[in-house]
Write a protein that binds this ligand. Structure first.
Ligand code: SF4
Ligand code: SF4
Length: 471
């Protein structure tokens, strides 16, 4: 089967790469690829040895959001692994098989739950790039994915949307459209996007470098991101302030860095993801950083896997592996360094939501809680069923708005049951998804990134001011 060409996923040439001049990487990769006997070709199919690690015990099933929603074996981790095995054994890549792979949120809850250490993360990642290369999607799906990937991984294009979105809200048009109740019925994807868009505040401009406050303890590169930068610029500003207050010189280079490739990786768009990764490496290669800090969970898990993503590219493989070793979630680095900036009291009840790509994909659960508990007066409350995804999962909630809303509603119920005044998490997607779900449930809750709470404590902000800023 020939690979369908995707908009935005076309072969690219790395400037100055070690390949022959003018020969794009993917032409070389395609030459090394031959169709396999079943669903997959020979370019990184799901690994049969990893599949064989699954002993079919089913411990992962109750933690899988799609199994919880539908109770179907084929929509469980075990069922998807079985489909991969069938694909390796000769079954063709059918529409039905692709549907079950597409329905996976990539939340990696099953990786945490599995007592046999099955690397489902590797399996689904390899499967997805095969699907994107080999499965011709229908016109509607193709158009929707093309639109998503022409917009979301491009911070400058997202920024251009801010003006029209603010006007849409300020003019009262949004309320009018909502009152008709037509949007969810006529255009569920647009309705989902409308519900998810957060209030847009004026973005502060970030400089290329910010010096450490007091003695310098580390030089730290910082990801500004795409959605984070366009819709939550106050989170990036708080990240810079907290890092500087904790003795870090922060290297930002906002005009040079772009998308890290996370959305593309999570959706099997391998060539596009590698192009973004190469650009990120080129941007920070000569910056002299000790660490590279990320404040968005989905981006962090991808950046830590750069060595794997670029393993086939001779010029970048070693650089990518070295860079990946410097990547830290912000909470990891702050705990690693230890605090120097004094914390002021913030008497507030906080529910902490584990972003899947932080808890399951990176194993970072304790550090954000430790940072929050160290704030005098702050009371931390746990949310029931913390392992279950809120339904955000990158762009999954745009591609699957119905089931994503169901998962969001479950999460909103458990969040509201804590009685906390503030929900804290470490991923822009989760912030948008939980905010929309809480609003649908008629709840009132402020939502903030972990770093905004730390920033407020370090700056000595009043609780009401923090809650007002994050509402
Ligand atoms: S990654 Fe999440 S949605 Fe996918 S199979 Fe695992 S638990 Fe289920
Ligand atoms: S918990 Fe692990 S070994 Fe058991 S069925 Fe799930 S993936 Fe397979």
């Amino acid at each position: 089967m020939s690979a369908p060409q995707q908009p935005g996923n076309s072969p690219v040439t790395s400037p100055g790469g070690s390949h022959p001049a003018g020969v794009p990487h993917d032409v070389l990769a395609a030459a090394a690829r031959t169709p396999g006997p079943g669903a997959f070709d020979t370019h990184h199919p799901p690994d049969a040895a990893l599949i064989a690690d699954c002993v079919h015990c089913g411990f992962c099933l109750p933690t899988c959001p799609t199994y919880v929603l539908w109770g179907e074996e084929t929509d469980s981790p075990r069922g998807r692994i079985h489909l991969m095995k069938q694909g390796l054994e000769g079954e063709p890549l059918t529409d039905s098989m692709v549907t079950h792979f597409d329905r996976c949120l990539g939340c990696m809850s099953c990786v945490t739950a599995c007592p046999s250490g099955v690397r489902y993360d590797r399996l689904i990642s390899d499967t997805r790039q095969q699907v994107e290369r080999r499965h011709p999607r229908g016109p509607r799906d193709r158009a929707l994915r093309a639109a998503i990937f022409a917009l979301f991984p491009h911070p400058k294009r997202l920024r251009l949307l801010r003006g029209p979105l603010r006007a849409y809200r300020a003019s009262g048009l949004r309320e009018l459209v909502r009152r008709t109740g037509l949007l969810p019925r006529l255009a569920p994807t647009l309705a989902a996007l409308d519900a998810l868009t957060p209030p847009l505040r004026r973005p502060p401009r970030l400089p290329a470098r910010v010096p450490a406050v007091g003695a310098r303890r580390a030089v730290v590169g910082m990801l500004t991101g795409c959605v984070q930068r366009a819709f939550f610029p106050e989170v990036n500003a708080a990240t810079v302030r907290v890092l500087a207050a904790e003795g870090c010189e922060v290297v930002i280079l906002p005009d040079r860095q772009g998308c890290c490739g996370a959305l593309s990786v999570h959706n099997g768009r391998d060539a596009e993801a590698r192009r973004f990764a190469r650009r990120m490496l080129d941007t920070f290669a000569a910056a002299g950083i000790d660490y590279f800090v990320v404040n968005a969970a989905g981006c962090g898990s991808t950046l830590k896997e750069y060595g794997d993503l670029l393993r086939d590219e001779p010029r970048y493989a070693a650089l990518a592996a070295d860079f990946a070793g410097k990547v830290r979630d912000l909470s990891e680095l702050l705990v690693e360094l230890g605090p120097v900036a004094p914390r002021h009291p913030l008497p507030v009840t906080v529910a902490y939501h584990d972003a899947c790509h932080l808890a399951h994909a990176q194993g970072v659960r304790d550090q954000p809680r430790r940072l929050l508990r160290a704030i005098p007066g702050l009371e931390l409350r746990e949310i029931a069923d913390p392992e279950l995804c809120c339904g955000s999962a990158g762009v999954w909630n745009v591609l699957h708005p119905g089931p994503a809303a169901e998962l969001g509603d479950r999460k909103a119920r458990t969040v509201l049951a804590t009685g906390a005044r503030l929900l804290v998490t470490a991923n822009p997607g989760c912030l948008m998804q939980v905010a929309a779900s809480v609003a649908r449930a008629g709840g009132h809750l402020a939502l903030a990134h972990t770093v905004q709470v730390l920033d407020a404590s370090i700056r000595g902000l009043d609780v009401e001011e923090l809650l007002h800023q994050t509402r």
